[in-house]
Unconditional design. Structure first.
Length: 161
């Protein structure tokens, strides 16, 4: 799968996984940490590959709109123009185009950059995922194993490759 290859090559998977697990990363055993890394990769692949396909099918490729240095590395800003299939715009001139801003947060690692967060229209995917995962663990009495079981259920067809 092409998205899995890109994800592994261009994203800081271990760094993102530690961040999204939050304080529970330190409480997890080394075996649970490794299991979470594999499950997290599968979860992200399953969750986001479909969404990215929707963007690709909408017509326009992402367009880089700028970049800037950041205390942790750099931010590359882009825009995806998503065609709204809801019919013509006012005046009857084709489908409505919804511009979506996407900021790619990069950190320097071993002479290259890795993506450590994607912010879509101001919403951090890492922060959102952290909130979801830590809430799930807290609902289960602070047990990391409960989140691992949930991820196994949600990604049954996505095997590590």
């Amino acid at each position: 799968m092409r998205f899995r290859q890109l994800f592994r090559a261009d994203f800081d998977i271990p760094g993102i996984a530690r961040f999204v697990l939050g304080p529970y990363w330190r409480l997890a055993s080394p075996a649970q940490q490794q299991e979470f890394l594999a499950l997290f990769e599968n979860y992200i692949i399953q969750t986001f590959s479909g969404r990215l396909s929707q963007y690709a099918e909408s017509g326009d490729a992402p367009r880089v709109t700028g970049s800037r240095l950041d205390p942790e590395g750099a931010v590359v800003s882009s825009q995806i123009n998503l065609a709204n299939g809801g019919g013509p715009r006012a005046g009857g001139h084709g489908p409505t185009v919804l511009p979506i801003r996407v900021d790619w947060h990069l950190t320097a690692q071993n002479g290259s950059y890795k993506i450590n967060d994607v912010v879509v229209d101001g919403i951090s995917m890492a922060v959102t995922q952290r909130s979801e995962f830590t809430s799930a663990i807290e609902r289960q009495g602070g047990q990391v194993q409960a989140l691992l079981a949930t991820l196994h259920q949600q990604t049954p067809s996505a095997l590590p490759q």
